[in-house]
Design a protein around this ligand. Structure first.
Ligand SMILES: [Zn+2]
Length: 493
């Protein structure tokens, strides 16, 4: 029986006792993964549907090949092979890399002939010295129209480098205000900008960096109603989103409009980058036909992220964008680049076009945009409440705490989050340890759980309800809402 190694992605390592690689034996990839889930039963729910099918948002690679291009679960395994589980944190599957000379993504192959002024020649001199760029290439960059969706961790470094490079038309989509907790990674903003609009601040910062470019601010949320109109004027779409509904919306719209989509995503210490261009390779949907359910994908607000990580991933996205605009080099089409900051390792996986993709195959059934919040199982705005869990507002909890019979309040965050600030009557039991403490909770008349934003506490409350607790609630909006509505002395993060 061949012995092989199965690589476990970071989000699932809590189910393998923190191990990133586990040994397994089996004649095929399917048998190997079965072996691992026998050893770590907690993994099963993440990898297989209740009917026993491998979930759509999980990809398996044998060495660096997607098993969907081989014999799927029946793919034979040899001694020493490595099987990687790659869930949809970011990702793509695809066709073989297309190394043919690439046309510039900017519509007109012949750049606008307008001469550069003396200052522009000086500003771009290190580009112009490169034979692969030269004056003609710099003019292509000046003509290029790039839309950045999200001006956060990924969008900030990407925007700075694209503006510096002389990309002539940069569109930004964002609706957030700048918070202190953004500044650890969102290098477009300064401390004095806290509380201001990201969009307006970013526009000013980019125009100060390069007054010769045009920066267009698209305020408000991107929706299925407005996305086609927002994306249409641009040649290249850059993904700086942090949630699945927006990612699927943007990538679907890019496919429908025939535009390349430069994908990036980050999780703790790991990142993924690819270029999806359905004309030349796979689209994001080829890789992940559907998203994972919301409770399997913590956002970086909940999971934490190393501040320099989005810097690197965003700059890789900017690199691919500049290459596409210039039409030089081998774009990351049909390839998924994985980066592990702790190991300082890059790995590359081949992605193939899905011949039955609902969006980009000859038999595509989806001809327009859909309801993405519903598709991803979350409501349109804000954090999703967890199904079947009653919520309590901060004001109502405040009143209950002042009553004769206050509820038992449990903080399910991690100890370091607790030390940032907590409710004075609360008890700390991190989400992962809750089940060990169930016996101590049975005497409580009513239990209120809270976390940062209401997601983890909702999931924890559901666990307790499933165990038979009847008076359990989750604090709506978490401690950040409590800080807004009841106690402004608690810092939001
Ligand atoms: Zn596709």
């Amino acid at each position: 029986m061949p012995k092989a190694t199965v690589r476990i992605p970071t989000p699932l390592r809590s189910l393998t006792g923190g191990r990133g690689e586990v040994p397994a034996e089996g004649p095929t990839v399917g048998a190997l993964v079965q072996h691992v889930t026998d050893e770590y039963p907690g993994l099963r729910r993440h990898l297989y549907s209740p009917e026993g099918q491998l979930r759509n948002f999980v990809s398996l690679y044998l060495n660096d090949e997607d098993v969907r291009n081989l014999k799927r679960a029946e793919t034979p395994v040899s001694e020493g092979d490595v099987v990687s589980i790659v869930p949809a944190i970011a990702g793509g599957t695809g066709a073989p890399s297309v190394a043919a000379p690439t046309a510039p993504a900017a519509g007109n192959p012949e750049p606008d002939g307008r001469a550069f002024g003396r200052d522009e020649l000086l500003r771009y001199s290190r580009h112009i010295l490169l034979p692969e760029v030269g004056l003609a290439g710099q003019k292509r960059l000046r003509d290029a129209r790039v839309l950045l969706v999200g001006a956060g961790g990924l969008g900030a470094p990407a925007a700075l480098y694209l503006a510096a490079a002389g990309v002539g038309h940069i569109g930004l989509v964002d609706f957030d205000a700048i918070e202190l907790s953004n500044l650890q990674r969102q290098v477009l903003y300064t401390t004095a900008d806290a509380g201001h609009s990201k969009l307006e601040t970013a526009k000013r910062r980019l125009e100060a960096l390069n007054p010769g470019i045009e920066v267009v601010a698209h305020s408000g949320r991107l929706t299925a109603e407005n996305a086609m109109d927002v994306l249409r004027p641009y040649d290249i779409i850059v993904d700086g989103t942090d949630n699945f509904p927006t990612r699927y919306l943007v990538s679907d719209a890019a496919v429908l409009l025939g535009k390349p989509y430069v994908y990036g995503s980050i999780y703790r210490f790991e990142g993924q980058v690819s270029v999806f261009d359905a004309k030349r390779g796979p689209c994001y949907r080829c890789l992940y036909p559907e998203p994972p359910p919301p409770d399997m994908t913590p956002s970086c607000g909940e999971a934490g992220v190393l501040g320099v990580l989005p810097g690197l991933i965003g700059v890789l996205q900017a690199t691919e964008t500049v290459k596409l605009a210039l039409g030089i080099g081998d774009p990351l089409i049909g390839r998924l680049l994985l980066y592990d900051a702790l190991a300082l390792q890059f790995r590359e996986l081949h992605l193939a076009k899905n011949p039955t993709c609902v969006l980009c195959s000859p038999t595509a059934t989806q001809k327009g945009l859909i309801d993405y919040p519903a598709f991803c199982g979350v409501p349109a705005a804000g954090a999703a409440p967890v199904a079947g869990v009653p919520e309590i507002t901060p004001e109502a909890l405040d009143a209950e705490l002042r009553s004769g019979e206050p509820p038992l309040v449990i903080d399910v965050r991690e100890p370091d989050e607790w030390s940032l600030g907590h409710l004075s009557s609360a008890r700390l039991i991190p989400k992962g340890e809750l089940l060990e403490h169930v016996d101590e909770l049975t005497s409580a008349r009513e239990i209120v759980l809270y976390c940062r934003s209401g997601q983890r506490s909702g999931q924890s409350a559901r666990q307790l309800i499933e165990l038979g607790f009847s008076h359990v609630k989750s604090l709506k909006g978490g401690i950040n809402a409590w800080a807004d509505k009841v106690d402004p002395s608690i810092p939001k993060y």
